[in-house]
Each structure stands twice: as structure tokens, then as C-alpha cells.
Design a protein around this ligand. Structure first.
Ligand code: ZN
Ligand code: ZN
Length: 399
């Protein structure tokens, strides 16, 4: 509730005319108790977690080859009833846990010093405060999340959130009630350190919800504005954490990538990314060196086969922790699988790249090789300079 009864009173207090935004705020909040203004957050929680994932639901139901190129785990398809079931459970948790938690945390908000009065903060002030909130929450969330991946914490609490090995937008807040309280604490740390205006507080929670929905959407959207945020993890980054599952020791951070980089908990992810890039590079090489008439069909089959095999490299620890799902269109993945693979920290980065993951190529049936021997010979006859490069190319393809 504002201490001014009229617009004129507010203008006298500020010593200037009110801006358009301040007039709107005055009209909306002047007669509302601060408690009610704070409770808006609970309302936003219900509204945003209902509306923002809806486009992803529609996309999931309209699945096609075009859409599948943006799906991070294209083997997984969720039905409307699956997604609605998740939504129902999340809303139940909101009603029973998050709503009451938000309402009862009001004294903390008063103690912190979140203000509702005029003047409103400038755009710049809101921006840097929200940046601080994101950074602080990300750091705290990193350590709390990492703690939850230890034995007891995982089995009793965090396991629920990992039921979705291929997350969907509605699954962002799908978690044990204790996890919601533990990680919710991290969200209050930023405003505790740098208290701001209620509008900044609302905006912080809304943006954080939208970020959580995007990272759990299961889709990598190239047009997302979040692509411009430095060190932003995004959907693939967090999807990897869910895909590997309970024993995952990678990608704990909720928003940015710097914590995982500093503390070395992104090694497994970076390794798999390197595998992905190298495999793609090799697939491209195969495309270049195969003749379109004879080789393209076999090549595409060969690529898929190779990608499939790359998910089952000869090294046992790698086999147990296969490269990212997008790489292996034949790999089966249960969206609700609970346990997989040893910790990704057991994946050495540099040493294994030289040998095992691509050793599979030697075992490919000859029909999957990109160039038939006769075609190779034909191409070799063209010119000496071309021949050298062709031979080098075909060696590369042998891997
Ligand atoms: Zn986790
Ligand atoms: Zn998650």
C-alpha cells in the first residue's frame, strides 16, 4: 500500500510529475496491501507454468521430420495425456507446497526490504539487479544441486526430478517438495543481497520460470533470444544432465555454464560434444567423397549406422555412458528411466578421443563404407593431385 492517497500527493512527495509507468503503478497498487502485492508471485507461478509450456505441447503433438531437427532427443515422443499428467502433478505441488511457501515467506520479504512504493526503479537498475539475482541463484543452485546428487539426497529427494530423462516444459518444476524448498532458497538469495522493488522481484521470478521452462522444453530453438546471453547453458546443456540421469556428475548449473567449467563438472558433456562434432565432421567428409549417384543412399544408411555405433564405443565406461541422444537415432531411451551409467567424471577428455569412439568404423559392413573400391579406383585415375587428396580422404574415412 502506498503512503500517498492521491496522485498529487505522490507528485509532491517526489517533487516531479509521475511517469506513465509510475501513474499505472500508483493506480494499481495504492490501495492494495503489500501482502497482496507479494502474493501476485504465486499467481504468476500458476499462470506462467501453465501458459509458457503450451507452445511446446503443441509442437510435441505436431511432431514431424521438420520439427524433429529441433528436438533434442528425437526418439522420445510424449502424448497429450503424458504431458497433462505431468502438469497435473506440478499444479498439485504448487497448491500444496509452493503456494503456501510463497505466502508464508512474506515476513522474510519484509525483512529483506523489498519495497512497493514510488519512485519506480529505472530500467538500468532493474537490469543489473536481475543480473545479480541470476548470478547468485546460479552459483547457489549449482552447489545445492550438486549436493542433491550425492547418495541419500538423490535417492530420497532429487530422483523425482530425474524421472524425466527427456524433460518437457511442464517438468521444469516437477520435483520432490523438499527439493522445491531447498532450491527455492537459492532464488531468494539474490533479492536478499540486493533488495529491490516489488516489480523487479516479480520480473525476476517470471524470467527465472521462463528460463526453467525453456531449458526443460526438450527443444533447441535456434531463434531463442537466450542465445545472445553470454555463458548461457540452454536446453541441450540441461537436457544432457537429465539424459545421463542419476549418476550424472555433469552440468549442475541451472542457467549459466561457468560454474561447471570452473569446477570441472562439464567434462563429460564437453567430451560428448566433441564426439558429436567429430562424428558430424566425418559424416560430412563421407558426403564429399561419395558419388551422389551410387553412394548417397548407402552413405546416409552408413551415417546413421555409424552414429548408432558411436553410441556404443569399445571402451566400457563410454559404452555405459553413451554420447548424447541426438547422436544415436537407434538408441532406445526410456523417458522415465531412473538409473543409467557411471559418473561422467570418469570420462577422460583428451586421451580417448584419439582412439576408441571411432574404432567402430573398422567393423562396418562393406556396403556401409562411403565409397566402393571400384569408385575409388575410378576417381584415382582423374589426376595426380586429385589422387593424393582422394587417397588421403579415403584414409580419413577409414578412421
Ligand atoms: Zn540433477
Ligand atoms: Zn531439470
Amino acid at each position: 500500500m502506498l503512503p500517498f492517497q492521491t496522485l498529487e500527493g505522490a507528485e509532491v512527495f517526489l517533487g516531479r510529475n509521475l511517469t506513465f509507468a509510475e501513474t499505472l503503478w500508483f493506480k494499481y497498487s495504492a490501495r492494495k496491501p503489500d501482502y497482496i502485492l507479494y502474493c501476485h508471485n504465486t499467481l504468476f507461478l500458476f499462470i506462467f507454468y501453465t501458459l509458457v509450456p503450451l507452445p511446446f505441447v503443441v509442437i510435441e503433438l505436431m511432431r514431424s521430420k521438420k520439427i524433429d531437427q529441433f528436438k533434442i532427443q528425437p526418439k522420445i515422443k510424449n502424448s497429450l495425456s503424458d504431458m497433462f499428467d505431468c502438469y497435473r502433478k506440478v499444479m498439485l505441488t504448487f497448491v500444496l507446497v509452493v503456494g503456501p511457501l510463497q505466502i508464508f515467506s512474506y515476513p522474510v520479504i519484509k525483512m529483506i526490504g523489498i519495497r512497493t512504493s514510488l519512485p519506480l526503479p529505472s530500467g538500468w537498475e532493474m537490469f543489473w539487479q536481475i543480473v545479480v539475482y541470476f548470478l547468485v541463484e546460479d552459483y547457489a543452485n549449482y552447489w545445492l544441486h550438486r549436493l542433491l546428487h550425492n547418495g541419500w539426497g538423490y535417492q530420497k529427494i532429487h530422483r523425482v526430478h530425474h524421472e524425466y530423462t527427456a524433460p518437457i516444459g511442464f517438468a521444469a518444476p516437477y520435483a520432490h517438495w523438499a527439493e522445491i524448498i531447498i532450491l527455492g532458497f537459492a532464488s531468494f538469495l539474490g533479492p536478499l543481497i540486493v533488495p529491490g522493488h516489488m516489480i523487479t522481484f516479480w520480473l525476476w521470478f517470471i524470467l527465472r520460470q521462463m528460463e526453467a521452462i525453456e531449458t526443460h522444453s526438450g527443444y533447441e530453438c535456434p531463434w531463442s533470444p537466450s542465445k545472445f546471453i553470454p555463458f548461457y547453458g540452454g536446453a541441450i546443456y540441461h537436457d544432457y544432465h537429465h539424459y545421463v540421469g542419476g549418476n550424472c556428475q555433469s552440468n549442475f548449473a541451472s542457467v549459466f555454464t561457468y560454474c561447471d567449467y570452473i569446477y570441472g563438472t562439464d567434462k563429460g558433456y564437453r567430451y560428448q560434444k566433441e564426439v558429436l562434432e567429430k562424428t558430424r565432421e566425418k559424416s560430412k567428409q563421407k558426403e564429399i567423397w561419395s558419388s551422389p549417384a551410387a553412394g548417397s543412399r548407402n552413405l546416409s544408411a552408413g551415417c546413421l549406422f555409424a552414429l548408432h555405433l558411436s553410441s556404443r564405443p569399445s571402451n566400457p565406461s563410454l559404452r555405459a555412458n553413451p554420447p548424447f541422444a541426438k547422436l544415436c537415432p537407434f538408441a532406445t531411451a526410456n523417458p522415465r528411466r531412473r538409473e543409467v551409467s557411471p559418473p561422467a567424471r570418469f570420462l577422460p577428455l583428451s586421451s580417448q578421443l584419439k582412439t576408441p569412439p571411432f574404432a567402430f568404423a573398422q567393423t562396418l559392413p562393406s556396403r556401409y563404407m562411403p565409397l566402393a573400391a571400384s569408385e575409388n579406383a575410378k576417381l584415382r585415375r582423374t589426376s595426380y593431385g586429385r589422387r593424393r587428396s582422394i587417397i588421403a580422404g579415403s584414409r580419413n574415412m577409414q578412421i
